[in-house]
Design a protein around this ligand. Structure first.
Ligand code: E4P
Length: 217
C-alpha cells in the first residue's frame, strides 16, 4: 500500500520523506490556499522532495481550460499528476491526458459508478473521499469495498487512492480491503507509528539497560 501525504506544507513533507516511507503527495486548492504559497512554486518544490506522484489540481470547470491548465502544470516536473474533478468535463480531460500518457488523479469521487467512469477514462488514480462520505451519513469504507470489487472484476489498472482520511482506523480498513494508496494529513501518518505499549516497552528496556552499566558503542 502506497502512502501519500495530503498537504502543501513543505516542512511536513520533508519530515515524512525522511522516513523513507512516503510515496507521493496530494494537494488541492484548499491546501494550497492554506499554505499561503504560490501554486506553481510550491508544487515545483514538492516535486523536488518526493520522487513519486504529486497531485496538482486544475481549477477550471470546462474541458478546454482544464487542458490548458494541465499543460502548464505538467511542465512543472515529470512527477506531476494532474488532478481533475469527477465531472463530465473532468473525465473528458482525464481521457485526453491519459491517452497522451499523462498521470491523472480523478478527485471528489463519492460513488462506485463514478469510479467506474474514471477507470474507463484511463485515470491513474481514483480518489474516493471516505471522511466526507462518513460525515454525510454513509460508510466511506463500503464505497472502497465496492470500487475494489468492480476494479478487480474488470482488471482495471486505475489505483484506488483513499482520500479524506481522518484517522488511523481509516488507514487500517483501507489496507484490509486492499486499496492501493491512501493519502492522509501528516498528523494521521505520524499517529500510525505510535502505540502506548511501544513507548512503555522502550521505557522498561532503557531502565534495565541502564542498570547493566554497559554501552554498545
Ligand atoms: C485528496 O486528494 C484531498 O486532497 C483530501 O483528501 C480531501 O480531504 P478533506 O476531506 O479532509 O478535505
Amino acid at each position: 500500500m502506497k502512502f501519500f501525504v495530503d498537504t502543501a506544507e513543505i516542512e511536513a513533507i520533508r519530515d515524512l520523506a525522511a522516513t523513507g516511507l512516503l510515496d507521493g503527495v496530494t494537494t488541492n486548492p484548499s491546501l494550497i490556499a492554506k499554505s499561503g504559497r504560490d501554486f506553481k512554486e510550491v508544487t515545483a518544490e514538492i516535486c523536488g522532495i518526493v520522487n513519486g506522484p504529486v497531485s496538482a489540481e486544475v481549477v477550471a470547470l470546462d474541458h478546454a481550460t482544464m487542458m490548458k491548465e494541465a499543460e502548464v502544470l505538467r511542465k512543472i516536473a515529470d512527477n506531476v499528476c494532474i488532478k481533475v474533478p469527477l465531472t463530465v468535463d473532468g473525465l473528458k480531460t482525464c481521457k485526453a491526458l491519459s491517452s497522451e500518457g499523462t498521470m491523472v488523479n480523478v478527485t471528489l469521487c463519492f460513488s462506485a459508478n463514478q469510479a467506474l467512469l474514471a477507470a474507463k477514462a484511463g485515470a491513474s488514480f481514483i480518489s474516493p473521499f471516505v471522511g466526507r462520505h462518513d460525515d454525510n451519513g454513509f460508510d466511506g469504507m463500503d464505497l472502497i469495498e465496492d470500487i475494489r470489487l468492480i476494479y478487480d472484476n474488470y482488471s482495471f489498472a486505475t489505483e484506488i487512492l483513499v482520500a479524506s482520511v481522518r484517522h488511523t482506523t481509516h488507514v487500517l480498513q483501507a489496507a484490509k480491503i486492499g486499496a492501493d494508496v491512501m493519502t492522509a494529513p501528516p498528523a494521521v501518518i505520524h499517529a500510525l507509528f505510535k502505540h502506548v505499549l511501544t513507548d512503555k516497552g522502550i521505557e522498561g528496556f532503557m531502565a534495565d539497560w541502564a542498570k547493566t552499566g554497559q554501552s554498545i558503542l
